[in-house]
Design a protein around this ligand. Structure first.
Ligand code: NAD
Length: 335
């Protein structure tokens, strides 16, 4: 069976995949899967890739032998699961690999905003060592609102408690063990928005979470609150977020994820006559550019997952997923 490992980068990881052995032949490809390179791999039985891969029906339909997709991520919202189900293509993910990795990044964004780290560091880089005029704020005593109390949200809660923050939580399916704790208060979504000084998003991208933070929800947030998003871009209406920040209703935002990140990574696609972006995509891209240039916003390019420890776990679990599929006992299936 031929495995095409898209977004391959590190030699050690490629070697680990190549050691799968048996009748599994691995082809590492540096680029993510997309409509432009799919036809070069029409003999693939298995494909593997990250969130940046195009696993849409249009692209997958050009892989006639495809039987298995090993997503090297937790989120699999880039996979057309209905298409895969209809074609008998199995899909696996890496259910938990970096709970601390991602939660630490959420706090990295928050601390950088609360202590004005980026402008201070930019000034010293320019040789300007005068005192920073921007005054920050403490986390201790602030209300931390966690939306989604799964693997990553739980770690974020631990960290918030470590900073001496109070914790408000919202989840469609609250965890009984967290509900039983006196130091965590599950509240309604609206109550969390109204009471939290910091709102941190940890829900998956689903039809229910699409646009979960829109203009109405931003208006419900406290004046001067901070929004942190390390979940998925489509959870937030970014044009509405620009407005909330410009009006000064929100003090700041830390964003690791944006809608249509592939389009932002490859601006040439804006001008490709055969794949013209939709009005919605253009609106989101303009909002993303505006946000990235605002002094009270920090945007990182979907980097929350990117630690050595998390990567090692992603590779180990994906190899186990592929091996289990090849042996006829697939694990970590989604959809
Ligand atoms: P998880 O499945 O353990 O937890 C998600 C939680 O969200 C669950 O408790 C679930 O009940 C809750 N939820 C789902 N739909 C909801 C809704 N409509 N309203 C309220 N709560 C809802 O997932 P996780 O491992 O904590 O990861 C969360 C998300 O983080 C992933 O789905 C992925 O999109 C994102 N992520 C981002 C990065 C990154 O690099 N930025 C890395 C890993 C994961």
């Amino acid at each position: 069976m031929k495995i095409v490992l898209f977004s391959a980068g590190e030699a050690a990881d490629e070697a680990a995949f190549s050691a799968l052995g048996g009748d599994l032949a691995v082809l590492p490809v540096t680029a993510p899967l997309d409509a432009g390179n799919v036809d070069a791999h029409e003999d693939a039985d298995i494909v593997s890739g990250f969130a940046g891969c195009d696993f849409s029906a249009a692209t997958l339909s050009r892989l006639p032998r495809l039987r298995f997709i090993a997503v090297r991520a937790t989120g699999f919202d880039n996979v057309d699961l209905a298409y895969c189900r209809a074609r008998g293509i199995l899909v696996s993910n890496v259910p938990a690999y970096g709970d601390s990795t991602v939660a630490e990044h959420a706090f990295g964004l928050l601390l950088a905003l609360s202590r004005r780290t980026v402008p201070c560091a930019e000034a010293t880089r320019r040789g300007d060592f005068t005192f920073c005029p921007d005054r920050g704020f403490e986390l201790r005593g602030k209300a931390f609102g966690v939306v989604g109390t799964g693997h990553i949200g739980r770690r974020a809660i631990e960290m918030a408690l470590g900073f001496g923050m109070t914790v408000l939580a919202y989840d469609a399916m609250p965890s009984p063990d967290l509900q039983a704790r006196p130091d965590i208060r599950y509240v309604t979504f609206n109550a969390l928005l109204a009471e939290a000084d910091i709102v941190s998003l940890h829900v998956p991208a689903t039809p229910q979470t699409d646009g979960m933070i829109g203009a109405a929800e931003l208006a419900r947030m406290k004046r001067g609150a901070v929004l942190i998003n390390t979940a998925r871009g489509q959870v937030v209406d970014h044009a509405a977020l620009v407005g909330a920040l410009e009006r000064g209703h929100l003090a700041a935002a830390g964003l690791d994820v944006l809608p249509d990140e592939t389009l932002l990574r490859h601006p040439d696609k804006f001008f490709a006559p055969d794949q013209a972006p939709s009005a919605t995509q253009l609106r989101a891209a303009l909002a993303a550019r505006a946000l990235a240039s605002m002094p009270n916003v920090i945007v990182t390019p979907h980097n929350a997952y990117n630690t050595q420890e998390a990567f090692r776990r992603i590779v180990e679990t994906t190899i186990a997923n592929i091996r289990a599929f090849a042996e006829g006992n697939p694990i970590n299936l989604v959809g």
